[in-house]
Write a protein that binds this ligand. Structure first.
Ligand code: T1G
Length: 653
């Protein structure tokens, strides 16, 4: 082997068996920064010009091949060479270039690989073009080369979903040519040696099957239906479905579209969310604080929420001990959890070994004493203060003092629960969103006396559960429900001022929410908020504006979809505008002497956004939320706020 050649600070190479093995080493994810692009270009020029180099292998250092273009460079002045220029050099090289995918090849990383003449992957690699998740389209040939390799329908699925494919699927689709059985780079070297001197398969020169028009049309319609006002998926559909045109034409259209989208508000919002998700688990003052070790998690209450938490804990590798009030209830809980595991097995999310292993790590009981081995106990019992305090007092007697106690309460004050226990510093809130095995968001509630390493433990467990943790201070409803209450309050003000439920819902759906507020309200049921309003009635300040319309509906038994009527009527299960509700709203306006007026969608949206942002500002001022982007993550991941709008705090900027 010859000595290494450094083409840039992040790109080096050495010649092995006549093949120039180029390694990209740009921590943390080998993003194709300007230095990487320049190093790659120099390596290709060197390979072309060096007689005893018969071919090239490109691979990454660490666990990622190339994680994509460097998102942090977006919006800054472009530094040459551009990625498309480097990629064109790869494809046009006279000698074989083989990609050795040592890990994730995403975005620009996959685009580099697609321009190579052969692709070998390690079994742990994954490939994908996730650009739409950033509000852009692939900008370096993905929409033009992928269809040439795997056909338009499969390319539409991968590019417009932004999902990754593991190596088995990538092989069967034709994205990669081989899964290395032995050493990856050695396999790639021998592939390059075999291709040397042979006719090279250049992806850009491949033709595209055009006999799938009906399937393509159906797929395109489905994708556009799901886009909900986002531009990137629609542009991706246009570029992919028109990719059977001369490559240079398609590449030029793709690049222009990418540059336009990259500078759009939608893309800026999604980049903001991308970095916000990585910021949320950074808590000031926790640097260097070690979380407490957690291997066994106890879950008290095996209803919908508790069983969902059990599923994610089992999937994360924890041993789970479920507790319920009686042996029958515990057994019912176990059946519910195993049923969910069986669904995962049936859907292929779990293989048989995984199913058996997870099932084996689950036990249930009705006896507190069986929770003794737990390092963390999460309660998801009935949301009543006395019930929770009694449970935590019982747990104080059976789990070791160093074990962590977490309450999943949505609205109770965790400080009151903690204060009633023997070791308040080991108590925190872990507010899961239902269904817990689906929703990523997890509010980690820092109680007044939560010890730093206990908070660090909550964050570490959240990460292992593959949740998106956001730290909240103690206030009624923490971050999400506090903002949701403000959002709901403003909507009810709008009802009194002249708007109707379906108009408000239409404005919110037009903005990008999957469902309007009143439709969601009817689905969740009006009685929960009603019970809380009645509890708070005595303490309510008579000077603050209060809308009694929801109370009127509840007094009439209009609790929502389950009751067959709420804000809407559901004659055949179908949500229908109900003139009776309109009459109730009109009566409420008359009673308050309000002269109603019409509200355009834009004004409804503006008032709702302002109400959320104002509550967000209050949460920041009170120190309940650490940063605006945490608030945005909560509203996007827990309440359907459209990610491509960035969240209520981003939207006000
Ligand atoms: N650019 C810049 N920084 C990035 C980055 C990227 N593409 N990807 C990750 N990071 C940072 C991230 O912010 C974090 O920083 C650290 O790396 C570790 O990330 C031309 C234009 C690759 C699967 O969308 O999916 O290519 O917090 O915690 O869990 O068509 O990162 O440490 O300061 O996520 O091991 C397309 C995005 C870009 C992939 C690794 N590519 N990244 O996951 O680490 S656009 C993507 C990921 C593009 C082309 C277009 C994941 C990962 P910090 P991490 P991980």
């Amino acid at each position: 082997m010859n000595d290494a050649i450094k083409f840039s600070s992040t790109v080096s190479a050495m010649t092995r068996g006549g093949i120039l093995v180029v390694t990209i080493d740009n921590a943390p994810v080998n993003a194709t920064s300007a230095d990487v692009r320049s190093g790659l270009e120099k390596a290709l020029v060197h390979a072309e010009a060096t007689a005893n180099v018969a071919g090239v292998v490109i691979t990454g250092a660490g666990k990622t091949f190339i994680g994509g273009a460097d998102i942090r460079e977006f919006g800054k002045p472009a530094i040459g060479p551009t990625l498309p220029a480097v990629i064109e050099k790869i494809e046009k090289l006279s000698k074989p270039v083989v990609a050795a995918l040592n890990g994730a090849a995403l975005g620009g990383g996959l685009e580099v690989a697609l321009a190579c003449h052969y692709r070998v992957a390690s079994s742990t690699a994954q490939v994908g073009l996730p650009e739409v998740k950033l509000g852009i389209v692939p900008g370096a040939g993905g929409t033009q080369r992928l269809p040439r390799l795997i056909g338009i329908p499969a390319a539409l699925d991968l590019i417009t979903s932004g999902r990754s494919a593991k190596t088995d699927e990538a092989l069967s689709l034709g994205i990669i040519d081989e899964i290395a059985k032995a050493d990856l780079v050695e396999t790639a070297i021998s592939a390059a040696q075999k291709l040397s001197g042979k006719q090279l398969r250049r992806t850009g020169e491949l033709s595209i099957a055009t006999n799938e028009a009906a399937e393509i049309e159906r797929a395109a319609a489905r994708i556009l239906g799901r886009a909900r006002g986002q531009k990137a998926p629609a542009e991706a559909v246009r570029l992919i479905t028109s990719s059977n045109r001369p490559l240079t034409e398609g590449l030029a259209d793709e690049r222009a579209t990418f540059l336009t989208l990259r500078d759009s508000r939608e893309a800026a919002a999604l980049r903001y969310v991308f970095f916000a998700e990585r910021e949320s688990s950074r808590v000031e003052g926790l640097e260097g604080i070690e979380p407490r070790p957690v291997k066994t998690i106890g879950i008290c209450g095996l209803g919908l929420m508790g069983s969902g938490i059990a599923i994610v804990a089992l999937a994360a590798g924890y041993t789970v001990i479920g507790l319920d009030q009686t042996a029958e209830a515990a057994e019912k809980g176990r059946e519910r959890i195993v049923g969910l595991l069986e669904r995962n097995l049936a859907s292929g999310r779990l293989d048989q070994n995984g199913f058996e292993a997870q099932k084996a790590r689950l036990s249930v009981t009705a006896s507190d004493a069986d929770l003794a081995p737990c390092d963390l106990v999460i309660e998801a019992v009935f949301d009543d203060l006395a019930v929770k305090i009694d449970l935590f007092r019982r747990l104080d007697k059976v789990i070791r003092p160093g074990a962590v106690l977490a309450t999943n309460t949505s609205y109770l004050n965790p400080d009151e629960i903690a204060a009633a226990t023997a070791y308040p510093e080991r108590v925190l809130g872990m507010h899961f969103f239902s269904p817990a095995h689906v929703m990523r968001l997890l509010e980690i509630v820092r109680c007044a006396r939560t010890a730093p390493d206990v908070l660090a433990t909550g964050l570490a467990v959240a990460k292992k559960l593959r949740k998106l943790p956001v730290v909240a201070g103690v206030t009624e409803g923490f971050i999400g429900n506090r903002i949701f209450s403000a959002y709901r309050r403003e909507a009810e003000f709008l009802l009194e001022d002249g708007a109707l439920p379906h108009e408000i819902d239409a404005a919110l759906e037009d903005y990008g929410f999957p469902m309007g507020l009143f439709a969601v309200y009817d689905m969740a049921g009006l009685e929960i908020a009603w019970a809380r309003r009645k509890r708070q009635a005595a303490a309510r300040d008579p000077a603050t504006r209060y809308v009694g319309i929801a109370d009127t509906l509840c007094e009439m038994g209009r609790f929502g979809q389950k009751a067959g009527r709420g804000w809407y009527a559901y004659p055949d299960g179908k949500r229908t505008i109900d003139p009776d509700v309109t009459a109730i709203i009109e009566a409420a306006r008359t009673q308050k002497g309000i002269t109603p007026r019409a509200f355009p969608k834009s004004e409804i949206q503006e008032r709702m956004l302002k109400a959320m942002a104002a509550e967000g500002e209050a949460l920041l001022a009170e120190g309940i939320a650490a940063r605006p982007s945490d608030i945005d993550l909560v509203m996007i991941n827990g309440y359907g706020f459209p990610a491509h709008k960035g969240g209520p705090m981003f939207a006000r900027t």
